[in-house]
Design a protein around this ligand. Structure first.
Ligand code: S3P
Length: 175
């Protein structure tokens, strides 16, 4: 079985995904890290030197590569992955998709603390502007995120609590 984690930037997909995979005793993959290791550049460098369209094509190809592996896994995706190139159908049809859903204020808080590593928002100078951007962006993207098989509402949980919540929803959906 493949468990595919989706959600906006800074929603903990990678850290939660890693813990979830350990607990479920399956392999863990992170699409952004996979792209970085295959290309030998980090995501910000790829955006800077080759642009977003190049990144989106690469993201689609590498998503297909990971999805085609025959093993069970937890796969954490990038915030934009479900929103391009028909990726959400691929995601839905190849495992259980899980949307990590946080309130807007929480996303803004977390993103503000790590803004320099996110090429889509690193140019934004104030928290108010960031909130404006995220509100609109999240609205546009929600149509994709809401297609996930399972939606997990999160806010102040730590990694263990968040993982527990996901596992319990996975169990309920299985019975
Ligand atoms: C993106 C999110 C990033 C990364 C890229 C684009 C997006 O991943 O894939 O910067 O479009 O939301 P994270 O969600 O892990 O930050």
């Amino acid at each position: 079985m493949k468990y595919l984690l989706i959600g906006y930037m800074a929603s903990g997909k990678s850290t939660i995904g890693k813990t979830l995979a350990e607990q479920m005793k399956v392999k863990f993959y992170d699409l952004d890290s996979y792209i970085e290791s295959e290309i030998g550049q980090n995501i910000s460098e790829i955006f800077d030197t080759k642009g977003e369209i190049y990144f989106r094509k690469l993201e689609h190809l590498k998503l297909k590569e990971l999805i085609n592996l025959k093993e069970s896994m937890v796969l954490s995706l990038g915030g934009g992955t479900p929103c391009y190139a028909g990726n959400m159908s691929l995601i839905r049809n190849n495992g259980i998709s899980v949307y990590l859903q946080y309130p807007l204020e929480k996303i803004v808080e977390r993103l503000w603390n790590d803004i320099s590593n996110r090429p889509l928002v690193s140019h934004i100078k104030t928290k108010i502007d960031l909130e404006d951007f995220v509100r609109k962006h999240l609205f546009e993207r929600s149509i994709f995120y809401q297609q996930a098989h399972i939606k997990v509402n999160l806010n102040n949980e730590n990694i263990e609590q968040a993982t527990e919540k996901i596992r319990s929803l996975l169990q309920t959906s299985n019975s």
